[in-house]
Design a protein around this ligand. Structure first.
Ligand code: PLP
Length: 369
C-alpha cells in the first residue's frame, strides 16, 4: 500500500525552516520585525492597502466586526455553510448571526437571499469564499451599497484568489484572511485583516493588544479593552517564507483540480464543484456525495485505501448553540443537504498527478460497491 495521503499538508521549504531557526536564536520571538515585514509583504499583495496581522483568522474577523461598528443589538447576515468561527465571532461582539441559504452550485451564500433577510437591525454581511471560490463581489457590494451595510469578507480560504483579475484583499471593505496550517499559505496559526482606511490602523492595533498605546520613552495609555491577538515573529517568519511560492501553489492546485475533473467518473452521482480555473485558489476540492451514500462509511472506506477525506462543513445553524438561538432544521435545505454529504478530497501543492489518479480510482471503487 502506498503511503497515506492526507487531504492536505503544508509545504514549508528549507529556507523557511532556517529562517525560523534564525528568529528563534535572535532573542526576539514574539511580535517584532518579522510581523512588520509580513504585513508589508501582504499589503503589497493587496494593492498597498493597510494590513495588520493577528494570531488567527478568527481574531481578524472579530476585530473586523468591531472596527465596522458591529455590536450589541445588530444583525449580521452570513452563510450557514462555513467553519463555525464565521458565526461565533458575531456572537462574540454581542450581535446576532442571521443565516441565509447557500446556492447549491457554488456552495457559497445565495446572494439573492440576502435582501430578504435584511431588517432595520442589519449592520453587516460576512460572505465566505468556501473552498476558495470567490463570492460574486460585484453583486455583493451592490447589495451592501444599496442598503448601507458594512462587509467583513471572510476570505480565510481564498488568499491568492481573485475577482475578475483583482486579488482578493486589494479592494472592498474589510477582508479577513487565515493562515491556519491547512490554508494555501500558512504561518501555522495566524491571520491578516485588510482595512478599508488607513485611519483605522491605530484602533486596530489597540484592539489587537490590550488597548495599549505607548508614547515617548515610558508613556502608556489605555482607552479601549483590547484583546491578546498579536502574531509572533516565529509565525510571521513562516508566513513570509510562504509568499514567494503563492503563485506556484495556486497554479499547482488549479492543475490538480483540473485533473480531478478529467479523471473523476461522472456517473457516480456526485456533485462536482464549479469549474473555475481563473479566480478560485482551489483551497479544497469538494464533492457532494449521492444521497444513497453514507458519508461516514465513505470516509472509512477511503481511509482503508490509504486516503484522507475531510468534512468542511456541517451546516452550523444546526449546532446546539445556534438551535438555542432559534435556528431549526429545514430552514436552509441546500446548506443542510450539502452539509450532510460534502467531503473534501486530498488537494495540496506537493501532491503528484498520480495521487489524483489514485484518489479517483478509490472514489470509484468505494461508490460502486
Ligand atoms: C471560512 C473560515 N472562516 C474562519 C476561519 C478561522 O480561521 P482561524 O482558524 O485562523 O482562526 C477559518 C479557518 O479554518 C475558515 O475556514
Amino acid at each position: 500500500m502506498p503511503a497515506f495521503l492526507p487531504f492536505t499538508r503544508p509545504d514549508i521549504d528549507e529556507a523557511t525552516i532556517a529562517g525560523v531557526a534564525e528568529v528563534l536564536r535572535s532573542g526576539w520571538i514574539t511580535s517584532g520585525p518579522q510581523v512588520k515585514a509580513f504585513e508589508a509583504a501582504l499589503s503589497a499583495l493587496c494593492g498597498g492597502r493597510p494590513v495588520r496581522c493577528f494570531n488567527s483568522g478568527t481574531a481578524t474577523l472579530e476585530i473586523g466586526l468591531r472596527l465596522a461598528g458591529v455590536g450589541e443589538g445588530d444583525e449580521v447576515i452570513t452563510t450557514p455553510l462555513s467553519w463555525v468561527a464565521t458565526a461565533n465571532v458575531v456572537l462574540e461582539v454581542g450581535a446576532r448571526p442571521v443565516f441565509v441559504d447557500i446556492d447549491p452550485r457554488t456552495r457559497n451564500i445565495d446572494l439573492a437571499e440576502i435582501e430578504k433577510a435584511i431588517t432595520p437591525k442589519t449592520r453587516a454581511l460576512i460572505p465566505v469564499d468556501l473552498a476558495g471560490l470567490p463570492v460574486d463581489r460585484d453583486r455583493l457590494y451592490a447589495i451592501a451599497g444599496k442598503h448601507r451595510l458594512r462587509v467583513v469578507e471572510d476570505a480565510a480560504q481564498s488568499f491568492g484568489a481573485n475577482w475578475r483579475g483583482s486579488a482578493l484583499g486589494s479592494f472592498g471593505d474589510f477582508v479577513s484572511f487565515s493562515f491556519h496550517a491547512n490554508k494555501n499559505v500558512t504561518s501555522a496559526e495566524g491571520g491578516a485583516l485588510v482595512l478599508p482606511d488607513e485611519s483605522l490602523v491605530p484602533l486596530c492595533e489597540q484592539l489587537r493588544l490590550q488597548g495599549v498605546v505607548r508614547s515617548g520613552e515610558d508613556g502608556m495609555e489605555v482607552e479601549v479593552a483590547g484583546g491578546k491577538f498579536n502574531l509572533t515573529d516565529v509565525a510571521a517568519r513562516i508566513g513570509l517564507g510562504q509568499l514567494p511560492h503563492l503563485q506556484r501553489f495556486t497554479e499547482r492546485r488549479r492543475a490538480l483540480a483540473r485533473r480531478y475533473f478529467d479523471l473523476l467518473d461522472k456517473n457516480l452521482g456526485c456533485e462536482l464543484p464549479v469549474q473555475d480555473f481563473e479566480q478560485s485558489n482551489w483551497h479544497m476540492f469538494q464533492l457532494v456525495l449521492p444521497e444513497r451514500c453514507e458519508r461516514a462509511k465513505f470516509i472509512a472506506r477511503m481511509r482503508d485505501h490509504g486516503i484522507g477525506v475531510g468534512v468542511h462543513y456541517p451546516a452550523m445553524h444546526l449546532f446546539k448553540l445556534y438551535r438555542r438561538l432559534g435556528w431549526r432544521q429545514g430552514q436552509f435545505p441546500h446548506a443542510e443537504r450539502v452539509g450532510r454529504s460534502i467531503v473534501t478530497l486530498p488537494l495540496f501543492p506537493a501532491m503528484a498527478d498520480s495521487d489524483v489518479d489514485r484518489v479517483c480510482g478509490a472514489v470509484k471503487q468505494v461508490l460502486s460497491k
